[in-house]
Design a protein around this ligand. Sequence first.
Ligand SMILES: [Fe+2]
Length: 387
Amino acid sequence: MSTHDGKTLTSSGFYVSQEAPIHTDNPAPTPQATPPDILRCAYMDLVVTDLAASRVFYVDILGLYVTEEDDEAIYLRSTEEFIHHNLVLRQGPIAAVAAFSYRVRTPEDLDRAVAFYSEIGCRVERRPEGWTKGIGDSVRVVDPRGSPCEFCHQAGRVGRLAWRSALRPPGELGRLGHFNQAPPDVPRAVKWTRDLGFRVTEDIQDDEGTVYAAWMRRKPTVHDTAMTGGDGPRMHHIAFSTHEKHNILAVCDKLGALRRSDAIERGPGRHGVSNAFYLYLRDPDGHRVEIYTQDYYTGDPDNPVVTWDVHDNQRRDFWGNPVVPSWYTDASLVLDLDGNPQPVLARTEASEMAVTIGADGFSYTRPDDDEPMPEYKQGEYKLGNQL
Ligand SMILES: [Fe+2]
């Protein structure tokens, strides 16, 4: 192992360090108030333009369980969940995210959320009756990343379906795994999210210190949310976790059998970052959904941060399979608290796609090889090679 800039190169090809080597010269103000004690990502409030078509995708195909529904919204949960929902599908005019919702430890943490965001002038709106069915007193804000976030504690309790084996399909979605956001300025977004009490678990950088992405957690997994650099603020994906890899393969087989394979955007595959097994789907509105399993425990306070080189061809797919360009470019709009789309700002730093795909991009499998990767493996960095 060798050490460089406080990071230690491991035999796995990535670096580890104690604190994420991410710094910003453009920080949002840090509130003096104590942040709310966030437990985990809890649910996404997602606007869809054809509720019936979305119901087919999320209920009939993916097997999420309907807790409650009416003409305007469907409230869905995964099989291990005991609160009312993990996903709200809400009929609306523009496909977009209305809120990324986090559950906090105590009712008093809602007071802390109000004070924390109000101190720096963010828009804050608290609804004692809740913003959705099944959720009580909750606070929504537009945060310094431009994202609509919710903090909630009271939630209707429903039965865990974990023991209801007859209800568990081969492609069972067991838990809400994480959100993934697209901010234009990743170090700024990371600083803010650290101020909110999250820890970085992994990131992607280059030798010049440009940060392309970072993964951040509250619960002891690799992440509750991630920052994938891009034009934004936008939502890159929502992820549900399965127990086993075979559950993900069952989703693929079902999509094939139904002649819905065009919903598969990328994968299945093994991530380098997080070491998880993955599949990316696109719903009828183009919202991206990841099915994910088997990342690792991160709960110790000295959990090492993993830093990947952006040119490492195994960072996004451990088997070196190419990332499709749409995965880098496409994402969903996010809304303000009145339901209007937040303006999208262009990323000004180099994009991960530009430095790994196309004329100026390059990637490696072994960093010390003088030879380029074989022609058949150059899809990652030669646009059109995978066509
Ligand atoms: Fe993800």
